[in-house]
Design a protein around this ligand. Structure first.
Ligand code: FAD
Length: 358
């Protein structure tokens, strides 16, 4: 006999036109097949690359940066001409800021140059700990590395959420995530984290929005990454440490006087490092306002739904809801699109999907 799953009553987001605060477009800095996480010596400069994590940069942040700093120290051990040199970091996204802080904590003299400081992807991202797809399509070697870095990043987010991180006091919190359809763990699963004992195995529950819409879903107790809070915190830490951030566009590594450079330029690496493997992946998000007071919306929805595209063909799309600000809906995933003004019809599609779902 199958038992009925427990019912969880949730307050749905308000989705009327006057509840739309902002329509946001941003670009995932994805590198096809493999992200770029390595050092190389070019024209007498040591360039440490860390870019290309696409839609999972926040998920991997602490793992990627700690690994990059370790790679740097290993390279310096065999190339002592780069020891104790001032370091320039290109990029003020989450990768660049945290790299600067990590290096500063180890006693290095660091400074940042960034083309843009505020209106960038790292602020705009949704903040979901990305699921097992992190290893899809990767070589066995890269999949193993990414899994390891994802677990170590998650452990750092746990420390932030638990208040035990030594210097990051805010930016991640515990939250229930409801994944639909709940019986399809090929689509959304945090299996790597569950196997490592960082997340409890999912349970099956029925979520009910009180609107006539209820769904059987997989319930994970996981973390929400509050990307704006964490970016602000990383900026505070840079300020306190005296790390100077200069706003400028670097067109060539030789433009910089430093001979040790961390390249955390995200999509900018396409031109800066002549990297043809970079693929811009456009995403649309909708920030909400006039929502019920917290904690009514303290949950994440990750739902896969079947829709019909503008060409009349069936499409698999997603309904995301995260408690960012007053609430945020997502998202599109359009590869090879670097423009911030194109595909504005995606906002209507996101809204329509959300209205159908909730
Ligand atoms: C719609 C959307 C939703 C997302 N949601 C999630 C999520 O839920 N979970 C998750 O894990 N990830 C998510 N991401 C992905 C995540 O936001 C990115 O992987 C991450 O922010 C990348 O950080 P970054 O520091 O590498 O790049 P960026 O934030 O893009 O920063 C790059 C920096 O480099 C600078 N720069 C570039 N070129 C140059 C140059 N030539 N000279 C000087 N400076 C330069 C830029 O101005 C900027 O300061 C999402 C992304 C999008 C688009």
């Amino acid at each position: 006999m199958t038992s009925t799953p427990p019912i969880i009553n949730l307050t749905p987001p308000r989705l009327d036109e006057d509840c739309i605060a902002q329509r946001i477009t941003c670009i995932r800095p994805k590198r096809a097949k493999a992200l770029k996480l390595e050092g190389q010596i070019v024209d007498g400069k040591l360039i440490m690359h860390n870019y290309g994590a696409g839609g999972i940069g926040w998920t991997l942040l602490f793992g990627l940066v700690d690994h990059s700093v370790r790679q740097f120290e290993e390279l310096v051990a065999s190339n002592p001409q780069f020891a104790n040199r001032p370091i320039r970091i290109i990029g003020a996204g989450c990768m660049g800021l945290y790299t600067a802080i990590g290096l500063h904590k180890k006693g290095y003299q660091v400074a940042i140059t960034a083309k843009e400081i505020e209106d960038i992807t790292s602020y705009k991202a949704a903040g979901i700990v990305a699921p097992s797809k992190i290893t899809t399509g990767k070589s066995a070697h890269e999949a193993a590395l990414i899994e390891r870095l994802a677990l170590s990043a998650y452990a750092t987010y746990m420390a932030i959420a638990n208040g035990t991180h030594p210097y990051i006091s805010a930016g991640a919190r515990h939250i229930p995530l409801y994944a639909y359809p709940g019986n399809d763990d090929t689509d959304f699963t945090l299996t790597h984290y569950v196997t490592a004992g960082l997340i409890s195995p999912p349970t099956t529950v029925m979520i009910d929005f009180g609107t006539g819409k209820r769904y059987q879903v997989a319930h994970y107790e996981t973390l929400f990454i509050d990307t704006v809070t964490l970016m602000n915190r990383l900026h505070d830490l840079c300020r306190t440490a005296g790390i100077v951030i200069t706003k400028a566009h670097v067109t060539h590594f030789n433009d910089l006087v430093e001979d040790v450079i961390f390249n955390c330029s995200g999509l900018g690496a396409t031109a800066l490092n002549s990297d043809a493997a970079m693929v811009p992946v456009q995403g649309h998000l909708i920030a909400l306002k006039h929502q019920p007071a917290a904690p009514a919306h303290e949950y994440i929805i990750h739902a896969r739904v079947q829709t019909v595209g503008r060409n009349g063909y069936p499409r698999t799309e997603y309904v995301y809801f995260v408690p960012k600000g007053e609430g945020m809906l997502g998202t599109s995933y359009i590869t090879c699109q670097a423009g911030l003004d194109t595909n504005a019809h995606e906002f209507d599609r996101i809204l329509q999907r959300a209205r159908n779902f909730f």
